[in-house]
Design a protein around this ligand. Structure first.
Ligand SMILES: CC(C)(COP(=O)(O)OP(=O)(O)OC[C@H]1O[C@@H](n2cnc3c(N)ncnc32)[C@H](O)[C@@H]1OP(=O)(O)O)[C@@H](O)C(=O)NCCC(=O)NCCS
Length: 153
């Protein structure tokens, strides 16, 4: 089945739509100022959005640290999950990161967020540790995941 969305780099004008996804999908949503800071730091960050029609249905933010990629955030608009939106955003990020010489990737994910974990495991991530009480509001622990690019798709 062909994709009904395209992927492009995020722009300042996208912030209100990204905020709406943050608020809908995260117990501790980022603020407008945080999102704006992230999007405009194009030296070390790369934020991308999946656009269907005129609507943003998902986004991904990664940060480059030396030869590592850190997944800062990923979210799909409620009602658009399970269609491969997050997978396509990660495929795109992996392709660009490999071109940049990135060799591994890391992220934190809540221990109960099995949906996101399933996505990450498909991209070759494995757990290497736990950060206790990582999330301020929920006090939940986070799994620390790493993936080597040479073994990922
Ligand atoms: C986690 C999250 C980003 C996944 O986004 P998504 O767009 O639903 O992800 P995908 O569709 O790419 O993959 C999810 C599932 O859809 C399935 N899928 C992929 N392409 C598909 C297609 N064309 N048709 C049907 N299903 C498909 C995948 O097999 C996958 O299944 P599984 O994860 O249940 O094994 C989304 O649920 C979300 O925003 N969650 C809240 C925020 C969050 O937790 N972010 C991560 C923080 S660390």
């Amino acid at each position: 089945m062909s994709r009904t969305w395209s992927i492009r780099e995020a722009e300042r004008r996208d912030v209100p739509e990204l905020l709406a996804i943050e608020v809908a999908q995260f117990p501790e949503p980022w603020t407008r100022a945080m999102l704006l800071d992230e999007i405009t730091d194009t030296e070390t960050r790369r934020y991308t959005v999946a656009v269907e029609g005129k609507r943003i249905i998902g986004y991904l933010g990664v940060m480059y640290v030396l030869d590592e990629l850190h997944v800062n955030t990923i979210g799909t608009l409620p009602g658009h999950e399970g269609k491969g939106v997050a997978t396509s955003l990660m495929d795109d990020a992996w392709r660009v990161a490999k071109e940049r010489g990135i060799v591994r990737a890391t992220l934190e994910v809540a221990v109960t967020n099995t949906r996101a974990q399933a996505l990450y495991f498909r991209f070759g991530f494995s757990p290497v540790g736990v950060r206790k009480n990582y999330y301020e509001r929920t006090k939940e622990d986070a799994l620390v995941l790493w993936a080597d690019f040479d073994v990922t798709s």
